[in-house]
Design a protein around this ligand. Sequence first.
Ligand code: MG
Length: 657
Amino acid sequence: MLVSAMLLLTACPRVEPDGPDGPDVPSGPDDSWKQQASTQKLSGITYQLNVYSFADSDGDGWGDIRGITQHLDYLDSLGATALWLSPIHEAMSYHGYNVNDYYSVSSKLGTEADLKDLIAKAKAKNIGIYLDFVLNHSGKDNEWFQSAVSDPASPYRSYYVLSDNPSADVAAGRIDNYAGAKTPGMGQWYSASSGNIGYNGLLHFKLDASNASQPKLTVTQTTEAAQSGNTDTSVKWFIYENNAIRMYKTGNNVFEITLNINNNWGVLVKDDATQWGDHKWGAKAGDQVVTFGTPKTLVKGDAANDITFGGTSIQYFASFDASMPDLNYGPYATASESAAFKDLAGAADKWIKMGVAGLRLDAVIWIYQNQTDANVSFLKQWYDRCNTTWKASGGSGDFYMVGEAWCDNAEKMAPYYAGLPSNFNFYYWYTLKDRISKNKGHDFAATVNRFQNLFRGYRSDFIDAIKLTNHDEDRAASDLGRDLAKEKLAAAVLLTSPGKPYIYQGEELGYWGDKSKGDEYVRAPIKWTRSGSVPSTALNGKVDNAMLSADISVEAQEQNQASLLRVYRDFAKARNSWKALAKGQMEEMSSPNSSVALWKMTYEGQTIVVAHNFGSNTAAFTLTGCTTDKMIVTNGVVTASSGFLSLGPYASAVILQ
Ligand code: MG
């Protein structure tokens, strides 16, 4: 590697942005341009970090906000103009995506004062702070939800997707969250029973089945001893609690039994011990609660609900899992008038007024169950509300907001640009890793342009949030077979592509990991020094120590001129120093070699040629009509002279024209 570096230095003298290139080149070392990029937020590099595992300031095993503040120089060295923080609010889980209080800072992560201090100190380095805001669902422990399901008069009842008969309500179009769909796309209904609808004690059951299609069940409280199940198999009626218990025949079509009931959901009646379907009998929707001594007419099959002894049997809808009840914003066209919207917006207002510079919105395609038009309408209302607060608080330009609209393909995601100024481009990484694996770069620029043309169709000033991987995906290094040369290439491509690049915590160090043993393994702590410890309590110790004990620490890579971190820093510096890289329009150039990705970036009279070799063999070619003597930054083995360019395996060159 040293030989390669020396060859590179002798063959390609680099130009600096304050070099002799005329007035269209920014002056000063870097910061004047970086400030401009940061202010406009069109091209600034954003670093995505997991607050709980990035840096631990107090030794409690949890990363924290002060830990971020202590490492702002590191983030600055990566050219960051913004940080996307994982959710900082009080939440049920370490990752923060099941929020208990949107107005709070989790005590495990710090205080509001810590956040204000981070915002101020980051701003001094032209770094903005973006919060992760979870609008699709809250945590189940959120007091909004606890109140909603336990108190029929709760003011929070409208905040959630609740029903005592989901199938009927969905069929009748009464579930606003479905936005007209008959199936949710993802997620399911869960019982919100909280112990008050079941029963604990002796009950006598009397079933009158003289009308076989409308049997009547009378339940009474009793002090009689509980009976064991009848063994006379000629009787086909059962009370079902934890299992089916056969009743006793006491008259013509009359069956009875006394049982000691102890559960939190109620009972059912069955006419077969093991089969369900039409053998299940229960209460009609809306008439589930028993009045002791009063006969209840039963219905069967899908219409049969649990027969309960307390409050209403409420179910709630959750797109992800039972700990994350979906929030409800009413009919999408008027979502901003809903109580939940106003409350969440109030929380967002608090953070925007504090100085937060942007929001990352989680799981936006599920707010209205993958109904694109409904979600876009909602997001536009949400964005406008936050942008109004931003401007009223003295924010310059428009507020930044990026959505996680994780769709099957770019065509399905593109419409989300009608709602938000920026969206994550998952398809960028899918394309990049595919082309690197195939050693084919020739159509990369055309594919990126195709994505951007899709987005442009919905918003002329779209901000393409490009990325390798994030906290929900297998690590980029793992996808690339832990091949350092390919990891460096991916970094160089990311930081020379049009859009707003996101670097995910640890990606710059070559962290590997996949989700097969748990999400924690793609969320590893930063190893700051060779011998130091890492905060692993939040991750419940689920840390790949073999990786972290390799020579992968920040300290080790800062001392190694051939490290991946070095490539990130070199290319980040170039992006923040040259306006055509930061803000340029991409123009594909015809590839001289199927392994080579070749494009121009042009902005306000400045043109830069970008060349990457996706192949494992050297690619040598003439760059027709281009100069090759003003090299801005390179990676790998690069030689150039008089319009001729040679790129070693996985090498990159960025050349001023
Ligand atoms: Mg800590």
